[in-house]
Design a protein around this ligand. Structure first.
Ligand code: ZN
Length: 110
C-alpha cells in the first residue's frame, strides 16, 4: 500500500445510513466516498467498477470518456434519490409567482 488511511473509508455494497436503500460505497476520483444506488440505471452517469482488490470505484462519465470501459457498469448516484436526505438550510423554492412559464413578451418575432 502506498499510504494508509487513518480512517479507512467504507467501501462496497451497503445501505444508506439515512434511508436504508441499497447502495454501493464507491471511491470517486477526488478520493472521497460516494454513495451510488445499487440498482443499475441506463440513464446513470456514474461508471462503477471494482478493482482487483475488490474495492469499488466510481467515475463520472465525461465528454472525453463518455462510455463505459472494461467492467464498468452504469449507475445513478444515490444523493439525488435519497428519501431521507440530510437537512439543508432552508431550500429555496421557486416561488410560483415568480416563475412565469408561457408568458410572451409583448413584442413578437416575425
Ligand atoms: Zn438514502
Amino acid at each position: 500500500m502506498p499510504y494508509q488511511n487513518p480512517r479507512p473509508a467504507r467501501n462496497g455494497p451497503g445501505t444508506c445510513p439515512r434511508c436504508g436503500d441499497d447502495v454501493i460505497f464507491c471511491l470517486n476520483a477526488g478520493g472521497n466516498t460516494q454513495m451510488i444506488n445499487r440498482e443499475r440505471r441506463d440513464y446513470g452517469n456514474q461508471a462503477v467498477r471494482q478493482d482487483q482488490a475488490g474495492r469499488y470505484h466510481v467515475r463520472q462519465l465525461t465528454n472525453e470518456r463518455s462510455t463505459l470501459e472494461g467492467s464498468e457498469a452504469l449507475h445513478y448516484p444515490h444523493a439525488p434519490t435519497c428519501q431521507n436526505p440530510p437537512a439543508r438550510p432552508a431550500a429555496r423554492r421557486l416561488s410560483s409567482a415568480k416563475v412565469r412559464f408561457g408568458v410572451r413578451p409583448s413584442w413578437r418575432r416575425g
